[in-house]
Design a protein around this ligand. Structure first.
Ligand code: MN
Ligand code: MN
Length: 467
């Protein structure tokens, strides 16, 4: 009997899809490496809460690793490390490979924008002697999650004279923070009868910013005046300068370990910094690759990738064309031979909300980086759907280098859905597949990921770039 049982076990191992927890597959050394990687990642999260800050950090990291700003017409050769800064909100990095560029590039695409509350262009007002900022939320949020949490304000203001002021307030221990208020339960009888989409309305997301009136002033709007006076003294701005500003209210929390075992990380903006950071680090750690490596850290994914810093624009295509020309080729041929990992997060199975997932086809915490063949909604609408051949190639590559990976799609067929930049890159005639870290509470002010999944993403991008 015992022999028979073992035979079944062996046969199962051979024939069934293995979905083992990564902790049962990784060595102690690899787990230690993932813990170490998580420390660097947490500090990146704290420093890079907006696309502009992530772009600055990425360029700093790249320059420290020997990357230089790309100028069209540079005499490029194997081993050269270059970057292009797209308007301070998106970054392209490349490491020139040994193989002819016509053999294609290994492209890794992740985004550095995250859901948040943007200030409107005429944001400041006073109501009943309280000063507030009007906001317009950016990306898909559950609005009620953004009330009664400390928020910091990040961004830039371009003044009337054309000079730019950088704002980052709410991150230092001594800084004040801002807050969207909510009704007390005692008086929320009517509010609590509304559906969740209307529980907090878009126009209720007003940021409380002050209450102390301007001294010795009998005029109206003296609280607004006092706030404007503080802003004038601190930044030299007047109210009209908000028109040419980009100010983003983001959670003021720092990234922290989650759990007694410290196996997870809680923080703002894992989507998609838990993919963009590993992609950045894999690129800067990449030494003399066979194929040219191109990594794009893009903006505007959360609003649909439109605009000149989003991946629906031509900026990626132009960059590839420019380096192709410098190497005596052309962008069209290079793109057509290229392969891309669209590095974006997926939803992790949450035991508290099991109903939205189909258990055989969803991502789990600690089972490694998630490969997603297609995204989309309502019958795969909006997906690029990687070919079986390309999925097979990536799967073989990951297995050959012992990368911990799993497969999963975003929720049940009719539960909703979503997309990534994969389709826009695939539309350039590039073989593209989604690969990223599973996230709990995605798009919430505080999201959670696993440390070994994060590290698996770094390993996956590294082996792809080296191949
Ligand atoms: Mn994303
Ligand atoms: Mn997202």
């Amino acid at each position: 009997m015992a022999e028979k049982k073992n035979a079944a076990k062996e046969l199962k191992e051979k024939l069934f899809l293995q979905r083992k927890n990564g902790y049962h597959r990784l060595s102690d050394k690899e787990i230690a490496a993932s813990d170490k990687f998580a420390e660097k990642y947490k500090s990146f999260l704290d420093k890079a809460k907006t696309e502009r800050e992530a772009a600055i950090e990425a360029i700093k990291t790249a320059e420290a690793a020997g990357f230089v700003e790309y100028k069209k017409g540079m005499k490029l050769k194997a081993g050269d490390k270059i970057y292009r800064n797209n308007r301070g909100k998106a970054v392209l990095l490349a490491v020139i490979g040994k193989a002819p560029i016509e053999e294609g590039v290994r492209l890794c695409a992740a985004h550095i924008d995250s859901p948040r509350l943007d200030l409107k262009q005429n944001p400041l007002y006073e109501d009943n002697e309280l000063a507030l900022f009007k906001t317009h939320y950016y990306g898909g949020i559950k609005k009620y999650q953004w009330t009664t949490i400390p928020l910091a304000l990040h961004g830039v203001i371009v003044k009337a004279d054309g000079t730019t002021v950088t704002v980052a307030i709410g991150e230092d221990e001594s800084d004040p923070v801002f807050c969207v208020t909510d009704l007390l339960p005692h008086l929320a009888t009517e509010q609590m009868t509304r559906t969740a989409t209307k529980l907090i309305r878009g126009e209720d997301l007003n940021l409380l910013i002050g209450s102390r009136p301007f001294k010795d002033d009998e005029a109206s709007e003296s609280v607004k005046l006092a706030i404007m006076n503080i802003l004038f003294e601190k930044y030299g701005i007047t109210e009209a300068d908000f028109i040419s500003s980009e100010l983003e209210a983001v959670p003021a929390f720092k990234a922290k370990d989650v759990g007694f075992d410290r196996s997870m990380i809680g923080g703002y903006g894992h989507d998609d910094r838990c993919c963009s950071y590993p992609a950045l680090m894999a690129t800067v750690d990449c030494k003399k690759p066979k194929h040219t490596v191109v990594t794009v850290l893009t903006d505007k994914e959360e609003t649909g990738s439109d605009g000149n810093t989003g991946l629906c624009s031509a900026y990626l295509k132009y960059f590839i064309a420019d380096i192709a020309e410098d190497l005596g080729s052309n962008g069209r041929d290079v793109l057509s031979a290229s392969e891309c990992l669209s590095a974006d997060v997926n939803a992790a199975f949450d035991p508290t909300y099991p109903d939205v997932n189909e258990r055989n086809n969803c991502a789990y915490v600690n089972k490694g980086v998630c490969i997603t063949k297609y995204t989309g909604a309502r019958g795969k609408s909006g997906t690029s759907d990687a070919s079986a051949e390309f999925a097979g190639r990536i799967r073989r590559l990951m297995d050959s280098k012992n990368v911990i990976w799993q497969t999963g799609e975003l929720g049940k067929v009719d539960a909703g859905g979503g997309g990534t930049v994969a389709a826009y890159i695939a539309n350039l005639n590039v073989d593209t597949i989604d690969m990223g870290v599973p996230v709990l509470s995605m798009h919430a002010p505080y999201e959670i990921i696993s440390k070994i999944d994060l590290y698996s993403a770094y390993r996956a991008f590294t082996v792809f770039m080296a191949d």
